[in-house]
Structure formats: C-alpha cells, structure tokens
Design a protein around this ligand. Structure first.
Ligand SMILES: [Zn+2]
Length: 171
C-alpha cells in the first residue's frame, strides 16, 4: 500500500461536514439548510463544492468560501475548490424545512410558500401576503418597508406584540 493514496471522504460525508458551515448573515442556518450548496463532487483529486448565492453579487460569498475551506481542511480535505453557479437562480424553495424553522427561532419570518398556478409557473408573492410574526405568531402584521436589514428581507411590524421583524422574502 502506498502512503500516497489518501482515503477520500465520501460525498455524503462532505455534505455532513458542510452542515457545520453557517450562513454569514444568518448564523443559525447552515449553507446546506439555506439551500445554496448545489453540488459536491470529486474532480481530479479536488473536492469541488458548487454554490449558488442567494442573490448575485452577494458579498458573503468570500466568507462562505473561506469557511467551507476551513471546515473541510479540519477534516483533512486539503484540496477544495468552491465554484459559483448563478443559473438557475437560488430560490427560497431550496431552503430546507429545518432551515425555515431556524429562521423563526432567530426572529425572522421564513419565506411563505410560493403560489403555484396550474401551468406550474410560480407567481410573485401577492402584496396581500400574510406573514406570521416570528415573536408571537400573530398574523396581524403589516409591511413597513420592502427592504429590511438586507435587500433579500422586508421589514414588518406586528400589530399585536408591536415588535418589528424581518421577513425573508420568497423569490
Ligand atoms: Zn408579534
């Protein structure tokens, strides 16, 4: 047996490790639960991770890349290549149920299920969309601004507990 032959972690194992990489903007959710990790593959001895950012020009990409390399290096995966794939665009539908639950616990209303018409083409969320308050569960909430702490979130205020909160816009 040659010492040159390194035991290669399985793709499934790499996915498990990636669950330890938090999203820089919402640290309670991992990049896997956020749905931005699209593919894991071994290519010519390198572990290639394909990421679709939540929106193009996402400044967090550099941080995500560094975090992925650091987490995998700690597991002995030295050759990591993080690649970006912009199409198809990320959608909140790729977020896992666990990810959406984590958002609520963090005080952010998770994206509402998109309305699907009979042709199967998703429509934009209706302006009358009801967003439940992540603090008290009330559905008596009001849109304050289309832009919350980041462009992908809208700012709402609860009519019952009066707390403002971010809504992670479905897109
Ligand atoms: Zn409330």
């Amino acid at each position: 047996m040659s010492a040159q032959v390194l035991e290669r972690a399985s793709v499934a194992q790499v996915w498990t490790w990636l669950e330890q990489v938090p999203d820089p903007e919402i640290p309670v959710i991992s990049v896997v639960d956020l749905g931005i990790v699209r593919d894991v593959a071994w290519v010519d001895g390198a572990c290639v991770i394909t990421i679709t950012p939540t929106y193009s020009g996402c400044p967090a990409m550099t941080v995500i890349r560094d975090d992925i390399e650091r987490v995998l290096a700690a597991q002995g995966v030295g050759h990591v290549s993080v690649q970006t794939r912009l199409a198809p665009a990320w959608t909140t539908d790729w977020m896992s149920a666990r990810g959406k639950a984590s958002l609520s616990g963090y005080g952010i209303a998770p994206p509402a299920q998109q309305v699907i018409d009979i042709s199967g083409i998703s429509r934009r969320a209706s302006p009358a969309l009801v967003v439940a308050c992540p603090h008290c569960g009330s559905r008596h909430t009001r849109l304050v601004s289309q832009f919350g702490s980041t462009a992908c979130k809208a700012l709402y205020r609860c009519g019952d507990c009066k707390e403002p909160f971010d809504y992670f816009k479905a897109h």
